[in-house]
Design a protein around this ligand. Structure first.
Ligand code: RP5
Length: 162
C-alpha cells in the first residue's frame, strides 16, 4: 500500500490471524497501512532499522501485536514518540495473560496504549489509530462515524432463538 500512515507490526507469522483484524478494520476505513513481521527478540536489528525511518516515511501510528514475553510494543515505544498501541496475542499456554501483563506494565515515561487480548484488541487498536488520524482528517472522521453507526444499526432490538 502506498504512503502508509499506520504501521502494523507483529512478532511472528503466528500473530497474523489476530493482527489481520486490525488490517481489515483499516481497510474498511480506507486508511493506508503496512503490515510487517518484526520481532523484538528474534529480529531486533530489523526493528531498529524499521523504526529509524518510520516517521519520515509518513507513519503516524504504530500498532504492535505480540504474544508471550510480549516486549515488541514496549521496545518500539522506546524508539519513537509516535503513538504505539499494543495488542496482546492470545497464547496456548496462558491464554494471553502473559502477553497482556508483559505489555501493559510499562515504566512511567514510555507509554504503550495496551488493548484487550486477541481479536477485539486488534480491531480496537485500528479504531484508536483511526481516531488519532481523524483529528486532522475530516473525511476520515466522517467515515469513522458512518462505520460506527452501521455497527450500531446492525444490533437487533430483540433477541431470538438460534
Ligand atoms: C512472540 O512469540 C510472537 O509475537 C508470538 O506471539 C510468540 C510465538 O511465536 P512463534 O513461536 O509462534 O513464532 O514473539
Amino acid at each position: 500500500m502506498s504512503n502508509p500512515q499506520v504501521s502494523i507490526i507483529m512478532g511472528s507469522q503466528s500473530d497474523w490471524p489476530t493482527m489481520k483484524n486490525a488490517s481489515t478494520t483499516l481497510d474498511e476505513l480506507q486508511v493506508p497501512h503496512e503490515c510487517k513481521i518484526i520481532s523484538a527478540h528474534r529480529t531486533l536489528s530489523r526493528l531498529v532499522d524499521y523504526m529509524a525511518t518510520a516517521k519520515e516515511r509518513g507513519i503516524k501510528v504504530v500498532i504492535a501485536g505480540a504474544g508471550g514475553a510480549a516486549h515488541l510494543a514496549g521496545v518500539t515505544a522506546a524508539m519513537t514518540r509516535l503513538p504505539v498501541f499494543g495488542v496482546p496475542i492470545e497464547t496456548k499456554s496462558l491464554g494471553g495473560q502473559d502477553s497482556l501483563l508483559s505489555m501493559v506494565q510499562m515504566p512511567g515515561g514510555i507509554p504503550v496504549g495496551t488493548l484487550a487480548i486477541g481479536k477485539a484488541g486488534a480491531v480496537n487498536s485500528a479504531l484508536l489509530a483511526v481516531a488519532v488520524l481523524a483529528l486532522s482528517d475530516a473525511d476520515l472522521d466522517n467515515r469513522l462515524a458512518d462505520w460506527r453507526q452501521a455497527r450500531a444499526d446492525a444490533v437487533p432490538m430483540e433477541p431470538k432463538d438460534d
